[in-house]
Design a protein around this ligand. Structure first.
Ligand SMILES: [Zn+2]
Ligand SMILES: [Zn+2]
Length: 300
């Protein structure tokens, strides 16, 4: 869906009824995500943002791995938002969750999956949006000294992006994890200490993926925030609830040579988060035919 499509109804009319104007949402974040979310929510929805006080979002899982995440991304984001609602007494909460690892569709590539939710208690709805960052600043290395680490620092975009250092194989004495490293001296000391404390003599160095430590991630979260706001601004044609939008693609685009339906996307399925209203819409700007490469008849 292109930018702005979420603000149209099914007849292509712009929807600009100010659903959330004058309302305030709480953000469940310890990591400065208001920098990403406040602007788009205010600009597109008129929704103001405050940061929920005293919420330990790290309890739901950390990127450095000390606390594993027990639930899926969506459940975790909703749980964070609900905790923020409980603590603040607000009606609307925003939370997001990220996951970094192998790309879900492309082999040998790393990707970041980012998901955000708007939980609206008064209307009884959850609006969710997600996206994939194909080029996250996400990297790790096992090194014995700074000389070995040098080759990795470009990919880690250090010092613009901060790093975490810990022993690869901590011995009985353990060895501290140092986070948020943004200068060469601290990095060198941490690598030396971690490799000395590790049973295999190696330090594990990784990009710190917390939003306020990773500018690339903050930029991606800004894009996600804009998409969440666009989705929330789109009203259901059936019940006028906010949060109407595409939930998945449906295959069936005809083959260019024989017309047989392929698995390539033909329609976007739109659904309401509050009622059963549902419709198929052509994807804006999509080709009319699929390449015969995808055809089961031409290319069995
Ligand atoms: Zn064909
Ligand atoms: Zn509806």
């Amino acid at each position: 869906m292109g930018k702005g499509d979420g603000l149209m109804d099914r007849f292509g009319t712009a929807l600009n009824r100010p659903v959330y104007t004058g309302e305030t949402a709480v953000l469940a974040s310890m990591h400065g995500k208001e920098e990403a979310f406040a602007g788009p929510l205010l600009d597109l929805l008129g929704l103001r943002l405050t940061v929920a006080e005293g919420i330990d979002t790290d309890a739901f899982g950390t990127f450095a791995g000390e606390i594993p995440r027990r639930m899926g991304m969506l459940e975790t984001a909703i749980a964070k938002a609900r905790l923020a609602l409980d603590r603040s007494g607000a009606d609307i909460a925003i939370a997001s969750e990220g996951s970094f690892g192998p790309h879900p569709h492309i082999p040998f590539l790393a990707a970041g999956v980012e998901l955000a939710v708007l939980v609206d208690e008064r209307r009884g709805i959850v609006i969710q949006e997600s996206l994939i960052d194909d080029q996250p600043v996400y990297h790790h290395a096992e090194v014995t000294d700074m000389g070995e680490l040098e080759a990795h620092l470009v990919r880690m975009d250090f010092p613009r992006h901060r790093l975490i250092v810990r022993p690869c194989l901590p011995g009985a004495r353990g060895g501290a994890t140092v986070k948020a490293i943004d200068d060469g001296k601290t990095l060198a000391e941490a690598v030396k200490a971690a490799s000395a404390a590790s049973l295999d003599g190696k330090a594990f160095v990784q990009t710190d993926m917390r939003a306020h430590m990773n500018p690339r991630r903050m930029t991606t979260l800004k894009r996600l925030a804009a998409r969440l706001a666009e989705r929330a601004a789109c009203l259901c044609p059936g019940c006028a609830s906010p949060g109407y939008g595409a939930v998945r693609m449906e295959g069936g685009l005809p083959c260019e040579d024989c017309g047989f339906p392929t698995g390539q996307p033909l329609h976007a399925i739109f659904e309401c988060v509050a009622c059963d209203h549902r419709e198929k819409r052509p994807r804006p700007g999509q080709p009319e035919k699929a390449s015969s490469v995808f055809c089961a008849v031409c290319n069995p």
